[in-house]
Ligand binder design. Structure first.
Ligand SMILES: Cc1cc2nc3c(=O)[nH]c(=O)nc-3n(C[C@H](O)[C@H](O)[C@H](O)COP(=O)(O)OP(=O)(O)OC[C@H]3O[C@@H](n4cnc5c(N)ncnc54)[C@H](O)[C@@H]3O)c2cc1C
Length: 474
């Protein structure tokens, strides 16, 4: 990036902001007609620092703001289940943006090409958001090489900007002091600014109706995994879910979160994955509950440990460890121990199909798998057990890693997420963990046995819940 003094004047105030990355430092288009925010990961109109930046730039340039969403039919590993949830979220974005005087434009193939859109709209500046996963980051890099406009991306889906960490943090206790020290600066209410200028839609300017089926007519699209009715996508359902959680369950989170047979966690992960809600909004609601005596500090600390601690080390992991979705991401000690046990006999050994269809001897594991397949979400305690058993039953650790990623990304509504890759890496590859006692197959990777896991909570009740449709233990 050029020195601050060499940047166009408009961009200079953002050069030292760790939440903002200046990917293209051209001059704003002369006679530009609007500022465009290309919304990808942060799919919401409120509490979104990328929207805030687009509005700020638009107001400085005396231009209106457009938010552009380009739907593609071949997003890596996405299927109908994920798209229905995404589609449900679009009307909330439109509505929330309209209140800020910002227009939402959605396009589908064949007329969804970003660069054509920027030309058609007369974009003076482009704003984007961040996603640490490989492909989305690649798209942003390619675009920044092709564009001549100023292009700024905003790290909109973390509390503490991920650029404040310049390398992979190998354990949460190493990352946490610096992460938490930044909270007073970044865990703050976000402004609800409005665009000064309303965009006037030219005749013939197309936008897809956000209440229609985005996927209609897509031939190359994966419809093999159906929608679920357990979650409804969108910022407004997310805020409702947050309120229910804070009112009913947050106070007991420190203890109840490890009881999968009860409704003890927030179940906000799908909303966080799609960017329908900001982690800052969630953390501030939890903080307010403590201030008002609705929850204890212990409950708050336990919740923030997951929401900010584990979630943001997951972003850090995916950002800095290139092979985050294969066994190659394992630290040296884990590679060595897994190699030493690679030839240990697996008994039983299951195929991917057997696992997918929940055809193992273990009723608890089968129930966890079915919770994910049928309802699109699995409780965290079972996710750990689920992945560890895949290591135990697969032909080798690399295959186990592959199976876990395939199943997780296919069926979890919150799949294809840094949290998922980190969770699997933790369970199978010892990432962000330490060596334990040596044992067959696992070597020094932490083990979870069926017998002891099943005794730590009412596993019979959990299995019955999943079978009867009371999937969340309400
Ligand atoms: C093998 C395995 C696979 C996983 N796959 C995914 C996945 O695909 N997508 C996903 O979002 N999470 C994944 N997790 C992390 C965690 O299980 C889920 O985030 C959590 O269960 C979601 O439920 P919740 O929203 O009720 O969580 P809550 O307990 O209410 O926590 C609030 C938020 O904190 C974050 N969080 C909670 N636990 C963790 C954790 N262990 N690691 C990182 N962030 C966490 C999530 O964003 C969550 O929504 C996985 C964990 C493991 C061990």
């Amino acid at each position: 990036m050029p020195e601050t003094a060499d940047l166009p004047k408009l961009l200079q105030p953002y050069a030292d902001n760790p939440r903002i990355k200046i990917r293209g430092a051209g001059e704003p288009l002369k006679d530009g007609k609007c500022v465009v925010y290309w919304m990808q990961r942060a799919q919401r109109g409120i509490d979104n620092p990328a929207v805030d930046l687009a509005i700020e730039l638009g107001n400085k340039l005396e231009l209106p703001v457009l938010v552009f969403f380009s739907a593609i039919s071949n997003f890596p590993h996405a299927n109908l289940r994920h798209y229905v949830f995404l589609n449900q979220g679009l009307p909330d974005i439109e509505e929330d943006l309209a209140e800020r005087n910002v227009t939402f434009i959605v396009r589908r193939p064949p007329d969804n090409q970003l660069e054509k859109f920027l030309q058609e709209a007369g974009a003076a500046v482009l704003v984007g958001d961040e996603n640490p996963c490989r492909e989305p980051e690649r798209w942003r890099r390619v675009l920044s090489r092709r564009l001549h406009l100023p292009y700024l991306t905003v790290d909109a889906d973390v509390v503490v900007p991920s650029s404040l960490f310049s390398k992979h943090q190998y354990a949460l206790h190493v990352m946490k002091p610096k992460l938490y020290a930044e909270l007073p600066k970044y865990l703050v209410y976000q402004p609800k600014t409005k665009a000064k200028h309303q965009w006037k839609r030219p005749a013939q300017f197309r936008s897809f109706d956000v209440r229609s089926d985005l996927t209609k007519g897509w031939r190359d699209f994966d419809r093999s995994v159906g929608a679920v009715d357990t979650f409804t996508g969108g910022t407004h359902p997310a805020l409702k879910r947050l309120k229910d959680f804070v009112d009913r369950s947050l106070h007991a989170y420190a203890t109840k979160r490890n009881y999968p047979e009860w409704d003890g966690t927030s179940r906000l992960s799908p909303y966080l994955h799609f960017g329908h809600i900001s982690p800052i909004t969630i953390a501030l609601a939890a903080q307010k509950a403590v201030e008002e005596g609705q929850a204890t500090q212990a409950a708050y600390d336990a919740y923030i440990n997951e929401l900010i601690g584990w979630r943001e080390i997951s972003v850090n992991f995916v950002k800095y460890v290139p092979n985050y979705d294969t066994l190659e991401c394992a630290p040296e000690w884990a590679q060595k121990t897994l190699r030493e046990h690679a030839r240990d006999k697996r008994n039983p050994e299951y195929t991917l199909e057997q696992l997918e269809q929940a055809k193992t001897y273990d009723d608890l594991w089968n129930a966890a798998q079915m919770q994910m397949v049928k309802y699109g979400w699995m409780h965290n305690y079972l996710r750990m057990y689920w992945a560890k058993k895949i290591l135990e039953w697969s032909p080798n650790p690399a295959r186990a890693y592959e199976y876990a990623v395939i199943l997780n990304d296919k069926y979890e509504l919150d799949g294809r997420d840094p949290n998922g890759y980190q969770g699997i890496a933790w369970a199978i590859a010892g990432v962000h963990d330490r060596p334990w006692f040596d044992r067959p197959i696992f070597g020094a990777i932490r083990y979870m046995s069926g017998a002891s896991t099943g005794k730590k909570f009412d596993s019979k009740r959990y299995i019955e819940n999943v079978a009867s449709g009371n999937w969340a233990g309400d």
